[in-house]
Design a protein around this ligand. Structure first.
Ligand code: GLY
Length: 345
């Protein structure tokens, strides 16, 4: 897909053709599913979600069933069981769900010892008058509702954590007092994109209703208690049954500071395609990234954030701040990976 002769805008246009199903769908009427989208690690999740929808499931139950596959997978180091732990070696999970037709949300953050945070988030939605429970309270709530407490730290994740500890030196996520132009703060733990891994999944069911979930073990080796965007409504996910849904993976702090998923849904409400709305959020983060320590030599964000969106008409697309990437989509024709647009090489 990527040709070096393409300008950024040309690529975005080209990817719009490859990355959406707009041409196949009516553009003025609502679309009835099944349709599901997810981050790249959600290929199995979107297939499961569509399977559930075809059997009559509500979109929220379908997306949760989908991401449960990844939450229980010990080999996904970014979500649920087997997720990389915090700096003290403890796995802390974040998740949120939104049910489009009822406009209700539930979420948990810094949840320890419970394998399926997305299911707990749904019980918060159903069985409390609240939206977000955190830490010990979230765990106590989960146990009250019959969730089993277990050790989520796999040998694989523990060995990676030990390796990180052994090479830590004086670098961590604490920052000394600094100004916007300071670069060498000694804070730069080298992390690659996988260290912000997460799964987002949104779907449209047979009634045309939309729901979303995001679930994660958060930033690898994070400060204990650090909460990213995934359990925060409007940051790591957002859904409006009359418009569409959006979710994100990547550097959560950027989404917390820019309310990115809410921004994408509001842009779609104003008429943007899912892809244009995702690109708009990438540009907004770029405009708002002022700190030198977060930028590369070209004055671009040095980190990555990926967005996934669908609208009420069944158009889907994704975009990233940096580099080519793929996302998962499934409908009646099966599950597949599609290319995402991006701002910078
Ligand atoms: N986007 C996942 C996180 O930052 O925790």
């Amino acid at each position: 897909m990527i040709r070096s002769t393409h300008t950024r805008r040309e690529f975005i246009r080209n990817s719009a053709v490859a990355g959406t199903m707009a041409a196949l769908r009516p553009t003025t009427t609502s679309f009835a599913g099944p349709l599901a989208i997810a981050s790249k690690n959600g290929l199995g999740a979107v297939a499961r979600a569509v399977e559930e929808i075809n059997q009559g499931a509500d979109a929220l139950d379908a997306v949760i069933a989908g991401v449960n596959l990844v939450e229980e997978d010990p080999d996904d180091l970014t979500v649920g069981y087997g997720g990389l732990p915090n700096a003290e070696g403890v796995v802390e999970l974040d998740s949120a769900v939104i049910h489009g037709p009822t406009c209700r949300a539930g979420a948990v953050a810094s949840l320890q010892g419970i394998k399926y945070p997305s299911r707990v988030a749904k019980v918060v939605l159903e069985r409390t008058d609240h939206v977000l429970l955190v830490g010990d309270g979230a765990q106590q709530f989960a146990r009250t509702h019959g969730f089993t407490q277990e050790d989520l730290l796999t040998n694989q994740a523990r060995e990676l954590w030990v390796q990180w500890r052994e090479n830590l030196s004086n670098r961590d996520d604490y920052l000394p007092p600094h100004g916007p132009d300071d670069v060498d703060l000694g804070e730069a733990i080298m992390r690659n994109e996988e260290h912000w891994g997460t799964i987002h999944c949104s779907a449209i069911d047979l009634q045309g209703n939309i729901s979303s979930v995001t679930t994660t073990s958060g930033l690898a080796f994070k400060l204990p208690g650090r909460v990213g965007d995934s359990p925060i409504i409007g940051a790591g996910l957002y859904c409006d049954n009359e418009v569409g849904a959006a979710g994100s993976t990547g550097r959560g702090e950027a989404n917390l500071e820019n309310c990115s998923s809410f921004l994408i849904v509001e842009r779609m409400r104003m008429g943007d395609s899912p892809q244009d709305a995702c690109i708009y959020a990438c540009e907004r983060i770029t405009q708002n990234t002022h700190l030198a320590r977060l930028k590369n030599d070209e004055n671009e964000p040095a980190f990555n954030v990926s967005f996934y969106a669908l609208n009420k008409h069944g158009d889907v697309a994704g975009a990233r701040i940096r580099g080519a990437g793929q996302m998962a989509v499934a409908d009646q024709n099966g599950a597949r990976l599609i290319e995402m647009a991006y701002l910078f090489e």
